[in-house]
Ligand binder design. Structure first.
Ligand SMILES: Nc1ncnc2c1ncn2[C@@H]1O[C@H](COP(=O)(O)OP(=O)(O)O)[C@@H](O)[C@H]1O
Ligand SMILES: [Mg+2]
Length: 369
């Protein structure tokens, strides 16, 4: 059974990108009512015609729909009263003052974890190609290789430089490669000694370092190539980046779906919404249709079916992602998957209604200090 508290917990993942807070702490959730598997949510926006309305409504619906045990969500959007707006601005003002971000990833960056139940289904190939495809569309994109021991993104992008840290801030600069910002243990380990040091770290600690000690800067999307199956990293990710959402990659066979469902289940329990399913390696050997079935079972869209295509392997080995190979069927399908992602999870927009007020407040606070 879903409870009101569960719903509120899930809604903490919905950010107002302008005010830099979640809709619950900002007092934008006017009510939550649960009746069996039907949830009613009241959303109070600062102004009714706020340009961010679609985004916040969409995120709210997605978060609640992704909860296990929820079948229907009714959303009632209203505009705040003057008093509610005043309260909201005081919370926003406090947040601006606190200003201490627990990670270097902006709360308005869209975070997409590419997961699967097991290795070898194409997570890394999908992550790399989605990242490059988004960068080709002029989005600012980061790629975090969270497969700490099984890293493959540096090879797939032809990156062999080392990561360097800033002398003053001590923060690690991501490597700029093919228009994206890349961080991977593969760009750090260059000796037995550093390898040993990293092996001593827990996986979730390594992820924490990558989120807290890397100067990611302003990103539209951060794509995370997840290690196969482990719950630890997923939990750490939701704890540190509550806005994270997941894409599930599966091969077309039935067995693959079962493992994928387990991962999806874990995601839901940690309140991570699933954006959609990508079926990979569709074709003669593995058949097709498993991705569509999994998507149906999870109640999310099938974002793309990527054909089995030797260009993916060659591109991966040569550092030339298939989305840059016009004649590749897999490349075309991956470009479509990236477009689909932008439709499903549009980048956060800034410089609209409340953002200007928040900046003004920040400036006033600075002036007063
Ligand atoms: N659509 C595809 N067609 C052919 N080979 C693929 C396809 N997708 C991935 N591969 C190959 O399968 C292997 C595993 O893919 P990878 O992306 O490393 O999977 P994972 O990250 O899930 O372990 C790699 O050699 C890769 O080149
Ligand atoms: Mg991989």
């Amino acid at each position: 059974m879903v409870t009101r508290d569960d719903v509120l917990k899930a809604l903490e993942g919905v950010q107002d990108p302008e005010l830099g807070g979640n809709v619950v702490e900002l007092g934008m959730i006017s009510h939550v009512r649960v009746d069996g598997s039907t949830v009613d949510v009241g959303l109070a926006l600062t102004v009714a015609e706020c340009p961010l309305r679609n985004q916040i409504e969409g995120d709210t619906l997605r978060r609640v729909r992704a909860m296990p045990g929820v079948d229907d969500v009714n959303l009632h959007t209203t505009a705040m009263t003057k008093k509610q707006r005043a309260n909201l601005m005081s919370v926003a003002r406090r947040k601006v003052r606190e200003n201490a971000e627990p990670t270097q990833v902006s709360p308005i960056t869209r975070v997409i974890a590419v997961s699967s139940g097991k290795g070898g289904v194409g997570k890394s190939s999908v992550s790399v190609n989605l990242a490059v495809a988004l960068a080709k569309e002029d989005f600012k994109v980061g790629l975090l290789d969270a497969d700490i021991w099984g890293f493959s993104t540096p090879r797939m992008l032809g990156a062999d430089d080392r990561l360097l840290a800033d002398d003053d801030t001590r923060l690690i600069h991501p490597l700029e490669v093919q228009g994206i910002k890349l961080v991977s243990t593969g760009l750090i380990i260059d000796s037995e000694e550093t390898a040993l040091m990293w092996r001593g770290l827990m996986l979730s600690k390594a992820l924490e370092q990558f989120l807290q000690q890397v100067s990611w800067g302003a990103l539209d999307y951060l794509i995370i190539d997840m290690p196969p199956g482990t719950g630890d990293i997923q939990m750490a990710l939701t704890r540190m980046l509550p806005q994270a959402e997941m894409i599930v990659v599966t091969t077309p066979q039935r067995a693959a779906q079962k493992v994928a469902i387990r991962v999806a289940d874990m995601a839901r329990r940690s309140h991570m919404p699933i954006v959609g399913v990508i079926e990979n390696m569709t074709g003669d050997v593995f058949g097709s249709g498993g991705g569509a079935e999994l998507a149906e079972e999870l109640g999310v869209p099938l974002m793309a079916s990527i054909p089995l295509d030797s260009a993916v392997v060659e591109g991966g080995d040569n550092g030339i992602p298939v989305v840059n190979q016009a004649e590749s069927g897999a490349g075309q399908a991956l470009l479509q998957a990236a477009d689909k992602l932008v439709t499903l999870v549009p980048p956060a927009e800034l410089e609209t209604c409340t953002g200007r007020i928040a900046k003004l407040l920040a400036a006033l606070d600075e002036g007063a200090a």
